[in-house]
Design a protein around this ligand. Structure first.
Ligand SMILES: C[S@@+](CC[C@H](N)C(=O)[O-])C[C@H]1O[C@@H](n2cnc3c(N)ncnc32)[C@H](O)[C@@H]1O
Length: 275
């Protein structure tokens, strides 16, 4: 997705990072763990993604998964207006946020999430990885159209002065009443959150740390308590084999991979029908 002038994580000075870390020393271990896990994933050649077969166009995929409810959702004026608002918000400067264009979810991913939430009418959606909040905004927009439901998002923002303030800045204010943002790593927070949701989560979106270990672990944790029919969506599935292995292991009713617009990346979807 297009966005404005940002200063990426690499531009945040070490001194600033250390100062910010001192303010939240309890995050030190978690951040060190993420660095280590990312570093190890880069070195491990066996974790490189396998053969990716695309499933076709977004409209077709959404219709196959959700029937006419899905197709209609993609044509809703509310979605068009929301996308314009998101793009507008992303065009505002986000200096010292640590977020760059690379963090932004694509329109393809956002639409896939919007259609899933409109069609499945979940009481609870959980997503991991917020950044400036493209997927969050799309889910919240769909929940508003549904007139029910809550989004729980887990995110550990980058170490940058404006990161906390600008996390979720693409989300229109009027959508935030259905939103709970939980700060921390998914390792620390996801399982407790799933327990608290007591089997009412019907849509799960992975978009946090894209290592094989974390992606597979998050998707399996979500799968174990997913309400049926339910959907698990993951971004950047081309980076490793976690999504393919998850599909092999859980045998969803439908699954596939979509090439994202405006981004060299693919998102994966799995639909689990009623048992
Ligand atoms: C790719 S961005 C999310 C994009 C967002 N879904 C969107 O549509 O714009 C990833 C986000 O996850 C956060 N993150 C990275 N590793 C994490 C972890 N282990 N636990 C929680 N959040 C993490 C990053 O700081 C960043 O905010």
């Amino acid at each position: 997705m297009e966005s404005g002038r940002n200063v990426g994580d690499g531009a945040v000075r070490l001194e600033t990072k250390l100062k910010l870390l001192m303010k939240r020393p309890n995050e030190l271990l978690a951040r060190a763990g993420i660095k280590l896990e990312s570093g190890l994933a880069v070195r491990d050649a066996s974790m490189v993604g396998g053969r990716i077969e695309e499933s076709g166009r977004l409209d077709d995929v959404v219709e196959q998964c959700h029937g006419s409810a899905g197709g209609e959702a993609l044509n809703e004026p509310a979605l068009r207006l929301l996308e314009a608002e998101i793009l507008n918000r992303l065009s505002l400067p986000a200096n010292r946020s640590g977020y760059s264009e690379l963090h932004n979810g694509s329109l393809t991913l956002g639409r896939l999430c919007y259609a899933a939430v409109r069609a499945l009418k979940p009481d609870i959606v959980i997503e991991t990885g917020v950044a400036r909040g493209v997927t969050s905004a799309c889910v919240l927009g769909a929940l508003r159209e549904n007139g029910k439901g809550r989004l729980h998002s887990i995110d550990l923002p980058p170490l940058a002065e404006e990161a906390e303030r600008l996390t979720g800045c693409a989300i229109p204010e009027l959508l935030k009443d259905r939103w709970s943002l939980h700060r921390g790593t998914t390792r620390a927070l996801l399982e407790d959150l799933l327990r608290q949701c007591g089997g009412r989560m019907r849509v799960f979106i992975h978009d946090s740390l894209h290592t094989h270990r974390n992606m597979y672990w998050e998707m399996m944790a979500a799968y174990k308590t997913l309400a049926r029919p339910g959907m698990i969506i993951a971004d950047d599935v081309e980076l490793n084999r976690a999504f393919e292995e998850f599909v092999e292991e859980t045998k969803p009713s439908r699954s596939g991979i979509l090439q994202e617009s405006g981004k060299e990346a693919c998102c994966g979807y799995t639909l689990f029908e009623a048992r």
